[in-house]
Design a protein around this ligand. Structure first.
Ligand SMILES: Cc1ncc(COP(=O)(O)O)c(C=O)c1O
Length: 485
């Protein structure tokens, strides 16, 4: 039964409840694994006085999210439908993450030469990669076409470039056009891509635009895909589904006018929001897939291949920044924990705290979850400006010197998106999983959340050194401004 009845707008309470429970269970299991990993990170010395900030990625959780995504779409698509889940690399641009996802059957969506290089370094084949950037240069287009990477043209001028390039060299690349269904924005304007004036894609409701797109397809038999992505965090699922419905309706119109199935694949983008308020993984992929299936049933009847581009929803809940409290002080009656996690790992939260509130968990000096009376406090970062706060006026067990603050749900668009304020170093990132043969818990692994054994770490990215900071800051050109002018 569908989660939503689109005719009446009624919620299917029973099915919805079961799906919410599944999301709660995933979250509770993830929280237990996180607590064990934090303690193990402290006990194994990954974090401490000399390495006061580190980031952790839960490999079991990432795999579980991939399984949930695949199962959700498998359940609503006709057997044999080609489905490519392409991870939006921008969410977590780390080669080991892309390789893990690739091994789990997930491809990549890239939006820059750097992201494409990361996907290739991870071993993701061209046939499982999609290029979507709004500002592709001729060189980028040429490279994608030479590699046979699928790409979505953003606008008329890009199509003109593709006319020239495909005319001069044959390509295996499936090519589509990105359309902006202009269905409206969500609660975060900066991440809403289906507004009337969004910079992305062809604005479908603008005068003459729809006819122009249809004609563009009829004139170019090599246009076989259609792409839309209505936005990310803050978008209501119903609005996302409406955007997909608009793209589907356009594909049907193109195919009817072409008299054949010219558009054979719809790329529905990503955008499933993440719950930053608790451990629960809600909304679930299952909820979204069912909503799509009830809103756009024709999309799933086997006539169209599908591409998805989820990012945040696959990784966010599986990342944690763990930072030592360097000093605990008070000012104006406010307790302040000065930690080593701030704007460099959580730029969005620091600059736009209303849109991007993060949960912060308190751990004692041994890495055990802190309990005790809640105290209103600020959790501050190390950067030299007053707004560098992970949390302001937050009620939580009092953080003391030598203890740890953990910024939760930071696996996407946070620590992998370093912001170099104060030349703060990029922290090391470790993946963690159960320690034992075949990924099972080892002898120390039965300790539950109180135990620290049974957790194994692997380096995903080493911490940036001061030498690297100097090198990346023009160290090799120290005389450039004094010697040349
Ligand atoms: C074209 C496109 N696809 C996919 C995504 C991924 O969105 P999310 O991480 O919210 O799933 C984005 C995000 O900006 C995007 O622009």
């Amino acid at each position: 039964m569908a989660a939503y009845d689109t005719d009446t707008g009624d919620r299917d309470i029973t099915g919805g409840r079961a799906r919410a429970d599944a999301g709660e269970d995933m979250g509770a299991e993830g929280a237990l694994r996180r607590d064990r990993a934090v303690r193990a990170a402290v006990e194994q010395g990954l974090v401490g006085p000399d390495t006061p900030v580190v980031a952790l990625l839960d490999t079991v959780g990432i795999r579980a999210s991939v399984a949930a995504l695949r199962a959700a779409f498998d359940a609503v698509t006709a057997p044999g439908t080609p489905v490519l889940h392409a991870f939006a690399v921008k969410a977590t641009p780390l080669v080991p993450v892309l390789r893990l996802l690739h091994r789990e059957g997930v491809g990549t969506e890239v939006a820059s030469p750097g992201e494409l290089a990361l996907a290739r370094a991870a071993g993701v084949p061209s046939a499982r990669t999609v290029l979507d950037s709004p500002a592709k240069t001729p060189a980028e287009l040429r490279e994608a076409l030479a590699l046979g990477i699928a790409l979505n043209a953003d606008n008329l001028q890009e199509l003109a470039r593709l006319d020239a390039l495909t005319g001069s060299a044959p390509t295996r690349s499936p090519i589509g056009v990105r359309v902006n269904p202009q269905v409206g924005g969500g609660s975060i304007g900066a991440l809403s891509t289906a507004t009337a004036t969004s910079k992305f894609g062809v604005a479908l409701r603008d005068e003459g635009a729809r006819e122009w797109v249809v004609r563009a397809y009829l004139d170019r038999p090599w246009l076989t895909r259609l792409h839309t992505h209505s936005g990310s965090q803050g978008m209501p699922l119903e609005l996302m589904a409406r955007g997909v419905a608009e793209a589907y309706g356009l594909a049907e119109e193109i195919n009817a006018r072409a008299g054949r199935r010219q558009v054979d694949t719809l790329d529905i983008g990503g955008g499933l929001p993440v719950n930053f308020g608790s451990d629960a993984h809600t909304p679930t992929y299952e909820e979204y897939a069912r909503l799509l299936a009830s809103t756009v049933p024709g999309l799933f009847d086997g006539r169209y291949g599908l591409v998805t581009e989820f990012g945040r929803s696959l990784l966010a809940k599986h990342g944690t920044v763990l930072a030592r409290v360097e000093y605990a002080k008070s000012a104006g009656g406010r307790a302040i924990a000065v930690t080593h996690a701030g704007v460099q790992v959580a730029a969005r939260t620091v600059y736009a705290p209303q849109s991007w509130p993060l949960r912060v968990a308190a751990y004692d000096a041994g890495g055990r979850p802190k309990t005790g009376p809640e105290v209103v406090q600020d959790v501050a970062g190390p950067a030299c400006f007053a707004g560098d706060l992970l949390a302001e006026g937050r009620s939580m067990p009092l953080l003391e010197q030598g203890e740890y603050a953990a910024a939760l749900d930071t696996g996407a668009y946070y620590f992998a998106h370093h912001y170099g304020y104060n030349s703060l170093a990029r922290p090391g990132i470790y993946g963690f999983g159960p320690d034992g043969p075949d990924g099972q818990d080892g002898p120390g692994g039965q300790g539950g959340p109180e135990g620290s054994g049974g957790v194994r770490f692997a380096v995903v990215r080493t911490a940036q050194t001061s030498e690297e900071i100097v090198a990346e800051s023009g160290g090799a050109h120290a005389d450039a401004l004094t010697g040349a002018f």
